[in-house]
Design a protein around this ligand. Structure first.
Ligand code: FA5
Length: 344
């Protein structure tokens, strides 16, 4: 046992000398000096020795323990100790502030663009009427943008001066109507969808025109859908968005993909229909084009034209936003001027 104690002392000395951190030294303390450490294990066996040997072995064991303890204490002074940080904590993390009850700094918070706000408001109205939202590609095939919509080959809107072509047969969509075709190709009636999105036309930019603007398309197809349904749905929309006093009127119009077609006007929000500069003295402002889906469009998507009828409409979101917020120049929406945008 004496020999073992001497070996333990020698080994401890070597190991302590080669330790390279405070933590390593502390592990050696546990290995040798802890309650169940190597030295304590030896000491626990002293009682089983012959009585006359016990005092001497006991002294030696004590001596070894003192030595190892001294070496360990010395070794610990060689290394800087990482102390536990103290201070106020939030979720276990030390915080620098002495007073953690001081309110935090609020990061600047933005809000939705007015066009997005109006789009969401319109979606909200139509979703209560059972319409769901669908989106389609902004880079579109000529087939969907024109051909399937019964727009003839020689129609002026197909001219490169009136549409942004990416290459032959591929273009930036000039309206959201191509998504009508994509929806009808993918699903059978009954259909009630709303299609918001960006559209592009090489129009000269002025107070009411932009080369990029937003439209919201609506499409409802079912058995027995009539012009009366179209008028009802759009009148509800106008009342919900512009208020209960607003009046609506439908004027005959023409679109190759609807028959009959109509433009919907709302009574001028400013002069209440009396006539002013905003409405060009007419008392009315046009906000959308609409009509009953032309049977030729149903043929293009393989719908039974005897069984189904439907209506479609397309409104300019900027136009609606300008009327609702009283904005007189469409360009303000897209100039990213925070002094303008913060007002909404
Ligand atoms: C259309 O685009 C048709 N697709 C609408 C439609 C859909 C009719 C379904 C029937 C059935 P129009 O070219 O009139 O129609 O455009 C619709 C709206 O887009 C206009 O009333 C106007 O508010 C807006 N708009 C058109 N050109 C511009 C432009 N350059 N800048 C801003 N808004 C525009």
């Amino acid at each position: 046992m004496k020999k073992r104690l001497q070996q333990i002392q020698k080994k401890a000395k070597e190991e302590i000398a080669s330790a390279s951190s405070w933590e390593m030294v502390d592990k050696l303390r546990i290995k040798y000096l802890a309650r169940r450490g190597l030295i304590a294990q030896e000491m626990s066996q002293i009682g089983s020795l012959p009585e006359d040997e016990r005092p001497e072995v006991g002294r030696l064991a004590n001596e070894v323990r003192k030595q190892v303890s001294r070496l360990i204490n010395e070794a610990k002074t060689r290394f800087p100790r990482k102390f536990r940080q103290v201070g106020p904590r939030i979720k276990g993390q030390i915080v620098k502030s002495k007073d953690i009850t001081i309110p935090g700094k609020r990061p600047p918070q933005g809000h939705l663009h007015p066009i997005t706000q109006i789009t969401e408001e319109i979606i909200d109205v139509f979703s209560r009427l059972g319409f769901s939202v669908v989106e389609g590609p902004e880079v579109e095939l000529e087939y969907y943008n024109f051909t399937a919509l019964n727009i003839p080959r020689d129609h002026p809107s197909r001219d490169p001066y009136d549409t942004f072509y990416v290459k032959e047969d591929v273009l930036l969509r000039s309206h959201t109507s191509p998504v009508q075709i994509r929806v009808m190709e993918a699903a059978q009636p009954p259909i009630r969808v709303l299609i918001p999105g960006r559209t592009y036309r090489p129009d000269t930019v002025d107070a009411t025109h932009h080369f990029m603007f937003h439209q919201i398309e609506g499409l409802m197809v079912d058995e027995d859908v009539s012009m009366a349904d179209l008028k009802t749905v759009l009148s509800i929309f106008a009342r919900e968005v512009f208020g209960f006093e607003v009046k609506t009127r439908f004027r005959p119009s023409f679109f190759p993909f609807t028959e009959p077609s109509a433009d919907m006007d709302i009574s001028c929000f400013l002069c209440k229909g009396k006539g002013c500069a905003v409405c060009g003295q007419t008392g009315w402002i046009e906000i959308l084009g609409a009509g009953m889906v032309d049977p030729k469009v149903f043929e293009a998507v393989g719908y039974d034209t005897e069984k189904y009828t439907g209506f479609a409409f397309g409104l300019g979101v900027e136009r609606v936003a300008m009327l609702k917020f009283g904005i007189d120049d469409i360009r303000l929406f897209f100039e990213d001027d925070l002094r303008f945008l913060r007002q909404f």
